[in-house]
Design a protein around this ligand. Structure first.
Ligand code: FMN
Length: 331
C-alpha cells in the first residue's frame, strides 16, 4: 500500500503529522513520535509575547543604569542571562531535534500582529527548521474594529514573514473569517506555501466557584472534524498550496475522509495526547485495511475524490445539502 504524500514540498512517508502540542515540546517525545511512524512534526509554538519579552528584557538591561558612568558595562547581562531566555531556548531545541530525527521538523510561531517579533523567524530558519508554521490568533473584542482591518492584519503578518525567510511558510488558519476561502487565497498570495485547516486549540468555560470565565486546551473528538472537511472540499484544486486537515482527526477513517475531501496531509494532537504515540501505528494500519478492502492502492489515488472541485456551483450545493439535512430530520 502506498501511503506517501507530498505536503509543503516534502515527500512524506504517510499523511500523519504531529500538530503543535506538549508532545512536540521535547526531543524525547518527538523521537517517540518518529519511532511510532509519524511523518513530520510541528513543534510547540514560540509565542510573540515570549519574543517581545526577550526584546524588552535586553532593552531593559542595556538601558538601565546606562546613564551612570563607564562602569555601566558591568550592569550588562552575562551570556548566561541571554541563553536562559525562552526564545533562545527554542532555537536550541530546533538544533537538537534536527540533529536527532530524520523526518521534517516544522517550527511554529504564534502571534497576533505584524511586528518586530517576526524577525525572529530568520533565527528559526538559521537554527535548521525545515519550514515554519504561523499561527495568528487574535480575538477582536473592540466593537468598532471592522473585519477588513483584522483580515489585513493577518495578511500583512504573513507577507512580513515571507520577506524574512525562504523556508516554506504554513499558515494555520481559523475558520472564523466571513470568507475563509478568500482569506486562504490572500494568505497564499502573501507567501504561504501551505494552509492548515483549522486551528481550534481552546474553549471557553465558566468556573462557577471562581465566578470567572476561563480558557482550557480543547481536546477534540472526530465530531469536530466537520468544518475541516467542508473547507478542504471547497478549497481543493483552487490554490497552489498544500492543505493540511487539522482539528478532529482521531482515526484511520478520519484521515481518509480528509484526504478524499482534498487534504494533502493531516495534523493530530488530541488523539496522541489522550491515547499516546502508539496510536499512530493503529491509525496507519486501519487506513491500510480500509484501502485494501475498497481496492485503493495509494493515497494519491483518493486525494480530492469527493471534493467540490468539479461542482459547478459549490455555494448552491452547500445550500441544498444544508436544507436537505434540516428538512429530512425525523423525530
Ligand atoms: C494541550 C494543547 C496544546 C497546544 N499547543 C499548541 C501550540 O503551542 N501551538 C499551536 O499552534 N497549536 C497548539 N495546539 C493546537 C493543536 O496543534 C491542534 O491544532 C488542535 O488541538 C486541533 O487538533 P486536534 O483535534 O488533533 O487536537 C495545542 C492543543 C492542545 C490540546
Amino acid at each position: 500500500m502506498d501511503l506517501t504524500t507530498t505536503w509543503l514540498g516534502f515527500a512524506l512517508k504517510n499523511p500523519l503529522i504531529a500538530s503543535a502540542s506538549p508532545l512536540t515540546a521535547s526531543l524525547d517525545r518527538i523521537q517517540k513520535l518518529e519511532d511510532n511512524g509519524i511523518a513530520a512534526v510541528i513543534m510547540h509554538s514560540l509565542f510573540e509575547e515570549d519574543i517581545n519579552h526577550e526584546i524588552h528584557q535586553i532593552d531593559h538591561f542595556l538601558h538601565i543604569n546606562s546613564h551612570s558612568n563607564a562602569e555601566a558595562t558591568s550592569y550588562l547581562p552575562s551570556e548566561v542571562d541571554f541563553n536562559n531566555l525562552q526564545a533562545d531556548h527554542y532555537l536550541e531545541e530546533i538544533r537538537r531535534v534536527k540533529q536527532s530525527v530524520s523526518i521534517p521538523v516544522i517550527a511554529s510561531l504564534n502571534g497576533v500582529s505584524a511586528g518586530g517579533w517576526i524577525k525572529y523567524a530568520k533565527k528559526i530558519e538559521q537554527a535548521g527548521a525545515d519550514a515554519l508554521e504561523l499561527n495568528i490568533t487574535y480575538i477582536p473584542t473592540a466593537i468598532d474594529m471592522e473585519g477588513s482591518i483584522v483580515e489585513k492584519m493577518y495578511v500583512d503578518t504573513v507577507a512580513m514573514l515571507a520577506q524574512e525567510i525562504s523556508i516554506p511558510i504554513n499558515v494555520k488558519m481559523n475558520a472564523y473569517f466571513s470568507s475563509p476561502a478568500n482569506m486562504a487565497k490572500r494568505f497564499v498570495e502573501a507567501g504561504a506555501k501551505g494552509l492548515t485547516l483549522f486551528d481550534n486549540p481552546t474553549r471557553v468555560e465558566v468556573d462557577l466557584e471562581l465566578l470567572s470565565p476561563l480558557q482550557r486546551a480543547n481536546i477534540t473528538t472526530s465530531y469536530n472534524l466537520s468544518e475541516t472537511l467542508r473547507w478542504c472540499a471547497i478549497l481543493y484544486g483552487k490554490l497552489s498550496c498544500s492543505l493540511c486537515a487539522n482539528t478532529g482527526i482521531h482515526s484511520g477513517e478520519d484521515v481518509l475522509k480528509a484526504i478524499m475531501s482534498g487534504a494533502d496531509a493531516t495534523a493530530l494532537a488530541s488523539v496522541l495526547l489522550t491515547k499516546g504515540e502508539g496510536e499512530i501505528k493503529q491509525i496507519l494500519s486501519d487506513m491500510e485495511e480500509w484501502m485494501e478492502k475498497h481496492e485503493y492502492e495509494s493515497i494519491s489515488q483518493m486525494k480530492g475524490s469527493i471534493s467540490l472541485a468539479h461542482t459547478d456551483n459549490p455555494s448552491a450545493y452547500e445550500r441544498n445539502s444544508y436544507m436537505y439535512a434540516l428538512q429530512h430530520y425525523r423525530v
